[in-house]
Design a protein around this ligand. Structure first.
Ligand code: NAP
Length: 312
């Protein structure tokens, strides 16, 4: 048996359940590629899943982590898009059995695209889940158009800081909520207005908004309804319970969106990177074996940009 290093989750619980282990290396099946993982992005869904199995009911999963950047090691039968040696990034298997926190992952070839040469594997691993969430929410769901006013909550976080850049690349007017410490950072990414949510109620500070991307939940959803124009979109990310009740939403389109593997969206993201319009900010890089530290840090909810695990 050929083995590999992986961080497994033998039982649901706190960061301490994350266990560096040697397990069997996967083989690529029909239409799959085997990727040697150089870096794996860390997302809130990782610790939500580690805690309780997360929002998605699985029978059991030994490995978490869906953001991957690496090199194609081998291709399974029927793969025509890639060959060994290609550098790729993607969000394989989401929301099913993951495989990111490991030296190798085998997954459908079409859940990956070529890594843009302009960014490192660390940067590429920071992108798929968060950038696809922003892209699918703003572009596919809310049909973002140039000139529209977009309000992004948790603008300094993993999804938010990429959403700011994606919205600016589409010619939108972008408003973000963040602590004052993050305002200069967000202006540097192109945000037109920033609101310090610790001192100012955003629902009294802005109006006439076309799209709200809500990465906070709780009462942010209901308060966001007050700032949206008739026909506007409220895209809710944390949980379905964070979507305001239908009888409050009037003319506003509301709903919980869940990110999906999406070759089309990933290509668009790679093109924005190549054009210099999108770049992830890396808050922290830790070795794979320090996954528990990465989770403990991320769960504080103060990450600016992304946390990434380095593998080789
Ligand atoms: N449905 C889906 O498919 C999907 C996909 C991705 C993410 N999500 C969910 O979306 C949420 C955000 O994800 P993420 O990856 O962006 O998280 P994250 O990177 O952990 O977010 C951290 C950021 O949240 C900001 N923040 C915390 N409280 C805030 C508040 N009250 N108002 C404004 N900003 C606040 C912090 O900025 P400050 O320091 O400035 O407060 C920090 O920069 C999570 O609940 C995640 O599970 C859902």
């Amino acid at each position: 048996m050929t083995t590999m290093l992986a961080v497994t989750v033998p039982e649901w619980g706190g960061p301490e359940v994350l266990t560096p282990d040697r397990i069997e290396r996967p083989e690529p099946g029909v239409t799959e590629i085997l990727v040697r993982v150089h870096a794996a992005g860390v997302n809130p869904v990782d610790w939500k899943t580690r805690n309780s199995g997360g929002l998605i009911a699985w029978a059991e999963t030994p490995i978490i982590g869906w953001d991957v950047s690496g090199t194609v090691e081998a291709v399974g039968p029927g793969v025509t898009l890639f060959q060994p040696g290609d550098e790729v990034f993607g969000m394989p298997h989401f929301p099913g059995q993951a495989g990111g926190y490991a030296e190798f992952v085998a997954a459908p070839a079409r859940q990956f695209v070529g890594k843009p040469a302009e960014i490192s594997h660390i940067e590429a691993a920071a992108l798929p889940l968060a950038a696809l969430t922003a892209w699918q929410g703003l572009v596919d769901t809310a049909k973002l158009q140039a000139g529209q006013r977009v309000l992004i909550h948790a603008a300094a976080g993993g999804v938010g800081h990429l959403a700011v850049q994606i919205a600016k690349a589409h010619g939108a007017y972008v408003i973000g909520t963040a602590r004052a410490d993050n305002h200069e950072f967000l202006r540097g990414l192109g945000a037109d207005e920033v609101i310090d949510y610790t001192t100012t109620d955003f629902s009294e500070a802005v109006g006439d908004v076309d799209i709200v991307l809500d990465g906070i939940g709780g009462d942010y959803g209901t308060r966001s309804l007050r700032v949206l124009r008739p026909g506007g979109h409220l895209v809710t990310l944390p949980t379905p319970d964070d979507v305001p009740p239908a009888d409050q939403s009037g003319d506003i389109h509301t709903g919980w969106t869940v990110v999906e593997p999406d070759r089309h969206g990933l290509l668009a993201i790679a093109n924005l990177v190549a054009a210099g319009e999108l770049r992830p900010t890396i808050d922290t890089v830790l070795p794979l074996t320090d996954a528990a530290k990465a989770h403990a840090y991320g769960e504080n909810g103060r990450t600016r940009g992304k946390i990434v695990l380095q593998i080789v």
